[in-house]
Design a binder for this molecule. Structure first.
Ligand SMILES: [Zn+2]
Length: 108
């Protein structure tokens, strides 16, 4: 089982970075709209894309947290669906991966 301290440190660093990104997005969203109505349209569009980004970041945070939890439970590196080992190369590229390549490809 590829349960190494390095991977855990990696996931924790990822989590910290995601948290910072989430904060920056929240700050941008909290900025009041420009009084100029033509500017407002642009800012509202920006807000929509910020909200989409925020949703994405929240999902990434959840999946990194689940990976850390699997590490604690000793199931890290196993596919959560079929229980097979996830290829080490895949975990290297995406340490938070919860599915093996076969399951991930049927997920889409
Ligand atoms: Zn699988």
């Amino acid at each position: 089982m590829p349960n190494t301290d390095a991977t855990k440190a990696n996931l924790e660093a990822q989590l910290a970075e995601l948290g910072e990104r989430q904060q920056r997005i929240a700050q941008d969203l909290a900025e009041p709209l420009n009084a100029d109505s033509s500017e407002q349209a642009v800012e509202l569009e920006d807000d929509a894309s910020l909200e989409a980004q925020a949703a994405l970041v929240a999902r990434e945070i959840a999946s990194v947290n689940r990976a850390l939890l699997r590490m604690e439970n000793g199931t890290y590196g196993e596919c959560v669906r079929c229980g097979d080992a996830i290829a080490p190369k895949r975990l290297e590229a995406r340490p938070e991966a919860a599915l093996c390549i076969a399951c991930a490809s049927t997920e889409q």
